[in-house]
Design a protein around this ligand. Structure first.
Ligand SMILES: [Zn+2]
Length: 299
């Protein structure tokens, strides 16, 4: 359900923040900490984990004393230099509800401007905002720029992208190949072996959800079905987004793929690389699947 608010937005925000029991994840362009310091202090006293991303500019820096005080008490408030492009105003509370809208947490926004604030508890909305928060927490300004404006190949003009492919190798290992490709060339530029659990954690998620989804499909419960599909998408995206922490020595990994069998009709099919995760901002130039290449030459 979504509730919309147009008045008294600061009080609505503070009232909802106060209900937090476990976590706050907020990306808000501007916050006036003279108004919000007390509620965050209160939440830290209750043991709530507070993570906030703000623009690193002089408006927010005015509250540096309050920010440093809250951080010294365990909050993680980061001022990030996104060159002023971070205009978000959202906050996920306890991974259960999300506040979002036009409303910055400032004096002007709450007393003078015409603004809106929405509160939503729908799974898909909340999980999408959580993934967005995680992306902003892990990606730098340079990463975001690189994703928005990828490097283009001088020969073919296509975007040069790094795709991480994972598969089981032997009984004990996960093999990772990073394929760099544009429209005219494919090259394996990195190969590494990890514990089998890297691949099995992914397969385990798929199996767990697919079994449940198959059961629900038989019962014909469409609401529960959709919820499980959304939940599976979230768990997989959340797991695979950990590639941001290990980019195999590259500036950015654009996507993750696996080799999978694709049925063309009832009797015939082919092996393809299916993309199972796309980095934020790459939807424009990353396909959903790629042809299989030779693992030694990349061709
Ligand atoms: Zn090319």
């Amino acid at each position: 359900m979504i509730k919309c608010f147009f008045n008294d937005l600061e009080n609505v925000t503070i009232k909802n923040l106060r209900k937090a029991k476990r976590s706050i994840r907020a990306a808000v362009a501007w916050i006036n900490f003279n108004h919000y310091k007390d509620v965050f202090d209160e939440l830290l006293n209750k043991g709530v984990e507070v993570k906030i991303i703000l623009n690193n500019d002089e408006v927010n820096r005015r509250y540096m004393n309050n920010i440093q005080y809250l951080n010294s008490r365990g909050a993680k408030i980061r001022l990030v230099s996104f060159d002023g492009i971070m205009h978000h105003k959202f906050c996920v509370i306890d991974e259960q509800i999300c506040l979002f809208g036009s409303f910055n947490w400032t004096e002007n926004a709450s007393t003078r401007n015409i603004e809106n604030l929405n509160i939503c508890d729908e799974y898909k909305v909340v999980s999408d905002y959580l993934l967005e928060f995680k992306a902003l927490w892990k990606l730098s300004k340079d990463d975001i720029r690189l994703l928005t404006r990828p490097i283009y190949c001088r020969k073919c003009g296509g975007a040069v992208i790094n795709i991480l492919f994972m598969k089981q190798e032997g009984d004990y290992q996960t093999r990772i190949d990073v394929l760099q490709q544009c429209d005219c060339a494919q090259n394996v530029i990195y190969t590494e072996y990890y514990d089998l659990s890297v691949y099995y954690n992914y397969i385990g998620l798929i199996n767990r959800f697919d079994n449940e989804i198959a059961e629900i499909q038989e019962n014909g419960n469409t609401i529960e079905y959709q919820r499980l599909v959304d939940q599976e998408d979230f768990y997989i995206a959340n797991y695979l987004s950990n590639v941001r922490d290990n980019r195999m020595g590259l500036p950015i990994i654009h996507a993750v793929g696996v080799k999978t069998w694709k049925w063309l009709d009832k009797h015939d099919g082919e092996l393809v690389y299916k993309i199972i995760w796309k980095e934020r901002g790459t939807e424009r130039y990353i396909e959903d699947e790629y042809e299989i290449f030779d693992e030694h030459t990349g061709l």
